[in-house]
Design a protein around this ligand. Structure first.
Ligand code: AMP
Ligand code: MG
Length: 350
């Protein structure tokens, strides 16, 4: 399939190009576009065959439901049975932004979107290109991350090109995703609402509006591997580079010592070692492929850099990635959730 790459300036969106991409969506085509979380692969959410093409292009399992993207809060009422009062409050506070709300679906939503569930996940992204595109298309847009299923989500158009060139109609280029991790998924069908996937909006932020939110036990339990997550997508291997990932968790000095020890062991076996470090530690290592995720005191920067770093290690063809854990407070909860999944929960505590 022929893929067109269209570059848009986030501060001065070319309306002809935008209309062209919106028309492709209306005609049942696939358009990858930037959002503030990660790049998304969009199709008309109300067109079953268009949505099926998303699953084909990504190689996504059909039991992993999609998030429906909108550009106006007024669109929600047609997509759900009823809007719980608490949902209004969080929409007002956090939309547009990296928060997805799960509510009971209306009949208009095709089964292929929800993988047979009676709930639908909805989000209003804040990226100006995403908002303008959805508004111009005038339809709700189903959009999972625009990566090959299983790989780290794309935070730049280059990542999308690597995975989906030749498999989609259009790829819109407009810089890097600022948040860098997928949205928080919040189940509004239960009280208190429950976080099914940690993301850009933190539990503390949600508590300021809702008083209390629960967190799906499978996200925080040590037995994460055996508890069944309530967000279907969370059960899959995800965010995985080709290399084996090992997380080392503990105080900084012990982490650095353990990384150096493991680096030596793997190097001796002839493996090419990558170290996922931080600004505080990157100079303590040598003779390995070293990437700093950012400053430990700026977890938002680490979130924005994580997926690109994992992909970069693949480009450098490392065999093993030794990754420093970071504190799992605030957005750190989402960072450690993604890192743990990339590592298949291979975590060494020191
Ligand atoms: P992605 O857009 O690739 O980040 O994947 C969408 C995520 O949203 C998946 O992990 C899904 O499990 C989750 N999701 C979508 N719809 C629902 C739903 N109805 N209930 C719970 N989780 C959902
Ligand atoms: Mg995804």
């Amino acid at each position: 399939m022929k893929t067109e790459v269209i570059k848009l300036d986030i501060n001065n969106i070319d309306l002809d190009k935008l209309n062209y991409a919106a028309q492709i969506l209306k005609d049942g085509g696939l358009v990858a576009f930037p959002t503030e979380t990660v790049y998304g692969l969009g199709a008309n959410a109300l067109d079953e065959s268009a949505v099926k093409r998303i699953f084909e292009a990504k190689g996504r399992p059909s039991d992993n439901p999609l998030i429906v993207h909108i550009a106006d809060i007024g669109q929600v009422s047609g997509l759900v049975k009823a809007i719980p009062p608490e949902a209004f409050a969080v929409m007002e506070r956090f939309w547009p932004g990296p928060l997805t709300l799960v509510m009971e679906k209306s009949l208009i939503i095709p089964e292929v979107i929800t993988a047979g569930l009676d709930t639908v996940a909805i989000r209003m992204p804040s990226h100006p290109v995403a908002l303008a595109l959805i508004k111009e298309a005038g339809i709700p847009i189903a959009a999972p991350s625009a990566n090959t299923s299983g790989k780290p989500s794309p935070t730049s158009s280059q990542h999308v090109i690597e995975d989906l060139y030749g498999k989609v109609d259009v790829i819109i280029e407009a810089g890097c995703s600022k948040v860098g991790l997928e949205s928080t998924v919040l189940d509004m069908t239960v009280l208190p609402p429950m976080i099914l996937r940690p993301g850009g909006i933190t539990p503390v932020e949600l508590n300021t509006v809702l008083g209390k939110v629960d967190i799906d036990p499978s996200l925080v339990s040590k037995e994460t591997e055996i508890l069944k997550p309530r967000s279907p997508g969370m059960k899959y291997t995800h965010y995985s580079p080709k290399a084996k990932v090992i997380i080392i968790e503990g105080d900084i000095q012990s982490v650095v010592s353990k990384v150096l020890e493991l680096q030596g062991e793997y190097a001796q076996k002839g493996a090419k070692v990558g170290i996922l470090a931080t600004e505080q530690t990157k100079d303590m290592y040598s003779s390995a492929e070293i990437i700093s995720m950012g400053d430990r005191n700026e977890p938002a920067t680490i979130a924005a850099n994580l997926f690109a770093a994992l992909r970069e290690f693949d480009m450098r063809q490392v065999d093993v990635i030794l990754a420093e854990a970071i504190e799992s407070t605030g957005i750190g909860l989402a960072i450690m959730n993604r890192m743990s999944k990339a590592a298949g929960y291979n975590i060494i505590k020191v």
